[in-house]
Design a protein around this ligand. Structure first.
Ligand code: TXA
Ligand code: MG
Length: 322
C-alpha cells in the first residue's frame, strides 16, 4: 500500500513498520527508540538478531544528544557530505534509547539521508528512524517501491513511494571512533579521496578496508544476492551451451549478439557510465529473477579505482554463488 507522509507518520507513532525511500536504497523503517517496533523489523526481514540497524536523523543537531563524543573531523564530514550517502559509526551516550536498534552495542551508526520526501517526514517526527535496507535478509536491496512491494509488501504497513533511488547502492560506512583514523567499513559512492580531500588540513588517516570489516556484524552474512545463482566468467567464450540461462554484462558486450529463447541478456548499462550502472544494478537483479532462468553468468569487468567503481565491484562480488 502506498502511503502519504501524514499516513506514514501516524503508523510510525503507533510502532508500525513501513518502507521509506532514500537516495541510496529503500529502508525498512520504524521508531528507533521503540523496542517492539524494532523486533518487528527483524521478523519481517528474517534478519539475524545480532545485526544492528542504522539510525536515520533529520540533522546532526538531532543526532548529537545520542552520542557520547565524536572526533572534531566528524562535523567537517557532516557539513561536507550530508544530507547524503554516508554513515558514521560513533560511540553512544549510554544508557541509550537506541540500544534495541544497536542490539545492545554502545556504538551506533548514524545517517542523515538526502531524499526530499524522507527529510520532510524525519522533520515532523520526534524520534530517529532505524532502517536497514528494505529487503529479505541476504537479498539485494530494493531501489523502487515496486521492488519493496514484491518482496515485503504483505508484511509491512505500507510504502512511502519516493521514486527510484538515485544512487542505487548503500551508503559508505565510516568508522569514526578514532580521533586520528577513519576506516571505510563499506564502500559507497563517497570514497577515500573525497574524505581525504575534505580533511586535507587535518591529521587523519583514511583506511580503505574495501570489504566489510568485522566491526559491522552484518559483514559475516550473505548479501545482495539474487534468487538466481550467478557465476563469474571472463569472456563470452565461457558462456556454457545450456538451456534457460542468462548472461549479465555491459552494453559494450552485447553490441553484436542478440538474446534468444535459451539465452537472455541483462545489460547493466554502459561501462562508461558507472553512476547509471550503480543506480540500476539492483533493479537489474530484480529483472533477472523475473526471467526465472536456472542460472546466470556475469562477465567480469575491472571498474577501476574510483569510489563508485569499487562500490560496484564490491556488490557484484557478494552476489556471486560459490
Ligand atoms: O544506504 C544505507 O545505508 C541503507 C539505507 C536504508 O539507509 N541502509 C543499509 O542498512 O544499508 P543495512 O542494515 O542493510 O546495512 C547496515 C550495515 C549492516 O551490515 C550492519 O551490521 C551495520 O551496518 N551496522 C549497523 N549498525 C551498526 C552498529 N551499531 N555497529 C556496527 N555495525 C552496524
Ligand atoms: Mg542490507
Amino acid at each position: 500500500m502506498k502511503l502519504s507522509v501524514e499516513e506514514a507518520i501516524k503508523i510510525l507513532y503507533k510502532g508500525g513498520v513501513i518502507a521509506i525511500p532514500t537516495e541510496t536504497v529503500y529502508g525498512l523503517a520504524a521508531d528507533a527508540t521503540n523496542k517492539k517496533a524494532i523486533e518487528r523489523i527483524y521478523e519481517i526481514k528474517n534478519r539475524p538478531t545480532d545485526n544492528p540497524l542504522i539510525c536515520h536523523f533529520y540533522s546532526f543537531v538531532q543526532a548529537k544528544p545520542f552520542l557520547a563524543s565524536y572526533p572534531k573531523y566528524v562535523e567537517m564530514l557532516v557539513n561536507q557530505f550530508t544530507p547524503g550517502p554516508v554513515s558514521f559509526l560513533l560511540p553512544l551516550n549510554m544508557p541509550s534509547s537506541l540500544q534495541a536498534a544497536t542490539r545492545g552495542s554502545a556504538h551506533v551508526i548514524i545517517r542523515i539521508p538526502m531524499h526530499e520526501l524522507l527529510l520532510k517526514l524525519l522533520k515532523k517526527i520526534s524520534f530517529p528512524l532505524a532502517a536497514p535496507s528494505a529487503n529479505t535478509s541476504g537479498k539485494y536491496s530494493a531501489t523502487t517501491a515496486e521492488m519493496v512491494e514484491a518482496d515485503l509488501g504483505k508484511k509491512i504497513e505500507g510504502v512511502l513511494d519516493g521514486g527510484a533511488s538515485s544512487i542505487g547502492l548503500e551508503s559508505t560506512i565510516l568508522d569514526c571512533r578514532n580521533k586520528d583514523e577513519i576506516k571505510i567499513l563499506r564502500p559507497g559512492v563517497i570514497g577515500k579521496e573525497d574524505i581525504e580531500w575534505c580533511l586535507r588540513n587535518e591529521n587523519v588517516k583514511v583506511i580503505d578496508t574495501l570489504s566489510f570489516e568485522l566491526a559491522t556484524p552484518g559483514s559475516k552474512y550473505k548479501h545482495y544476492s539474487p534468487a538466481t545463482p550467478v557465476f563469474q566468467i571472463h569472456t563470452e567464450s565461457e558462456i556454457p551451451v545450456k538451456k534457460n540461462i542468462a548472461v549479465i554484462g555491459f552494453e559494450e558486450d552485447f553490441k553484436n549478439v542478440s538474446s534468444s529463447e535459451n539465452l537472455k541478456f541483462i545489460s547493466l548499462g554502459s561501462e562508461n557510465n558507472l553512476s547509471e550502472v550503480a543506480s540500476s544494478l539492483y533493479r537489474k537483479m530484480f529483472e533477472l529473477d523475473a526471467l526465472k532462468v536456472s542460472e546466470a553468468y556475469l562477465l567480469q569487468r575491472d571498474f577501476g579505482n574510483s569510489a563508485i567503481g569499487k562500490a560496484i565491484s564490491n556488490r557484484l562480488e557478494h552476489m556471486l554463488s560459490r
